[in-house]
Design a protein around this ligand. Structure first.
Ligand SMILES: [Zn+2]
Length: 149
């Protein structure tokens, strides 16, 4: 039994029968994660998520992106310049006649979105993600640091 709960240390190989994914995910999550769908731009509530926290895979819960790597790309999809180490895998995607790099969760292989080489510093990469493929978990502020604005 492993009881690691550190970022990026989720177990590899979350494999489930398709029917199980279909049961566990919402139709939109299933369409994106398991059927390589793309949500409509501007529809994800995560576009305007600016709190500190962790973006996890909506399929298996693996931590993927920290909130401090999120930026406003103006595309209508949640965008990040850097994933957690080992959290995502990529593959070449020739769909739509364009050469794009597909991005998926390294644990469950759920489709997340694409990565483009036109992001901001320091990486210069733009991870253009479907909000439906992500779950945001805000950092719960420690009681001593609680501030009223
Ligand atoms: Zn996953």
């Amino acid at each position: 039994m492993q009881s690691k709960d550190h970022s990026g240390a989720a177990p590899y190989g979350v494999e489930k029968p398709d029917a199980e994914w279909q049961r566990e995910l919402t139709p939109e999550q299933y369409r994106v994660l398991r059927a390589h769908g793309t949500e409509r731009a501007g529809t994800s509530p995560l576009n305007s998520e600016h709190r500190a926290g962790m973006f996890r895979c909506a399929g298996c819960g693996q931590p993927l992106f920290k909130s401090n790597t999120k930026f406003d790309s103006g595309t209508g999809w949640p965008s990040f310049y850097e994933p957690l180490a080992g959290a995502v895998g990529t593959s070449k995607d020739g769909a739509l006649g364009m050469q794009r790099t597909e991005v998926h969760c390294s644990a469950c292989r759920g489709h997340l979105g694409h990565v483009f080489p036109d992001g901001p510093k320091p990486t210069g990469e733009r991870y253009c993600m479907n909000g439906a493929a992500l779950k945001f978990e805000p950092v719960s502020a420690p009681p001593t640091a609680a501030k009223k604005e």
